[in-house]
Design a protein around this ligand. Structure first.
Ligand SMILES: Nc1ncnc2c1ncn2[C@@H]1O[C@H](COP(=O)(O)OP(=O)(O)OP(=O)(O)O)[C@@H](O)[C@H]1O
Ligand code: SF4
Ligand SMILES: [Mg+2]
Length: 329
């Protein structure tokens, strides 16, 4: 049984202009020790996928039309909020870009980290090796050191506002990891950080994946981060996963025209390595999306068949395209 199994998830979001069909049948499984990168242009539904797994999409304006999000076999969408709240921050760790969402401004950083570590120890007795609050404080200091916070022991006494934005993001990462979650959802976790800190944090996440059997869903614009840190990748376009599979297969032998275009658009000189550059054309309006394949207006391979939505097919390396490029297969 997969740790996380998203099945045919459809989500609509209401706005002033109408209801947008923002997730159009997402299916994705994350096993323990897998690090899935979720990539795609802005507005493709990456964050809403991550927020859905944390069940943090407000409903309304959100409305789940169909589908399931199975975590350890249980559908999160069917659980009472109280049970989902008990999973958040413990079994499901979250790093979102806005640190204010996960740090309570009214409590010292140390108190917040220690509480998470103590909760983890109740769930997994090995976390503090039988120790209590003192052991939790030691763990909190170690975790702050691992994310690169200097004078970690003293800084436990500080409140969130006493940290700079980049530091708060690191504290947030420490908070998500100190609880040794089974599943980590990380939405652009290192984008705001400088390159050396980014590398350090990605290494830390990878080491925790192996040490604690964690599964990760990492949302990123950066294909360089995917290549370095992920075992698998799912490419999203306008609310659909259009290609997914082991990272090497997808990045070395992309089959979907959109993945091929994304990879071709990686700047080689003068700009940040691995970042996506704009492709020609734009993601369609999801209030009235085109019938069939949502990439059709930008696709050089489009045919009459493409007015029918292509299913995601394949065993490990999966593609949703009527004319996928299997030349390398
Ligand atoms: N609260 C909301 N109300 C209405 N529409 C929303 C809401 N949040 C997101 N959307 C819409 O849903 C779509 C997907 O948004 P999402 O934030 O998941 O994109 P994303 O892939 O994470 O983009 P980015 O790379 O810019 O973070 C977008 O069209 C967005 O405008
Ligand atoms: S299904 Fe058709 S329009 Fe969509 S990506 Fe494939 S060839 Fe292009
Ligand atoms: Mg986003």
């Amino acid at each position: 049984m997969a740790l996380l199994d998203i099945r045919d998830l459809h989500l609509a979001m209401r706005s002033f202009d109408g209801e947008a069909h923002v997730l159009n049948g997402i299916s994705l499984s994350v096993e323990r020790r897998q690090v899935w990168g979720l990539v795609g242009e802005t507005g493709c539904g990456k964050s809403l996928t991550g927020l859905s797994v944390s069940r943090l999409v407000p409903t309304p304006p959100g409305r789940y039309m169909r589908g399931e999000i199975r975590f350890d076999g249980r559908d999160l969408l069917a659980m009472p909020e109280r049970q989902v709240a008990a999973l958040r921050g413990t079994r499901i760790g979250m790093i979102f870009q806005d640190p204010t969402t996960n740090l309570n401004p009214a409590f010292r950083i140390g108190t917040q980290l220690v509480d998470v570590a103590l909760a983890a120890a109740r769930r997994k007795p090995g976390v503090l090796a039988g120790g209590g609050r003192r052991a939790a404080e030691r763990l909190a200091v170690q975790m702050l050191e691992k994310v690169g916070i200097a004078n970690a022991a003293e800084r436990l006494q500080d409140y969130p506002h006493q940290f700079s934005g980049g530091m708060r993001q690191r504290v947030l990462i420490a908070m998500a990891l100190v609880g040794q979650p089974d599943l980590l959802i990380a939405d652009e976790p290192t984008t705001a950080l400088d390159v050396s800190v980014q590398a350090q944090i990605l290494r830390l996440i990878r080491s925790m994946v192996d040490e604690f059997d964690m599964g990760v869903l990492m949302i990123t614009h950066n294909l360089g981060v995917v290549a370095q840190s992920c075992t698998h990748v799912a490419v999203m376009y306008a609310g659909n996963i259009v290609e997914s599979g082991p990272v090497r297969d997808v990045l070395m032998h992309p089959r979907h025209p959109y993945t091929q275009a994304l990879l071709a658009a990686i700047p080689t000189r003068g700009t940040a390595r691995g970042a996506l550059r704009g492709l020609a054309g734009a993601v369609p309006n999801l209030i009235a999306p085109p019938p069939g394949c949502r990439f059709a207006a930008r696709c050089g391979r489009v045919s009459a068949a493409c007015t029918v939505l292509p299913p995601l097919t394949g065993a490990l390396h999966r593609t949703a395209c009527h004319h996928a490029d299997h030349a390398d297969a």
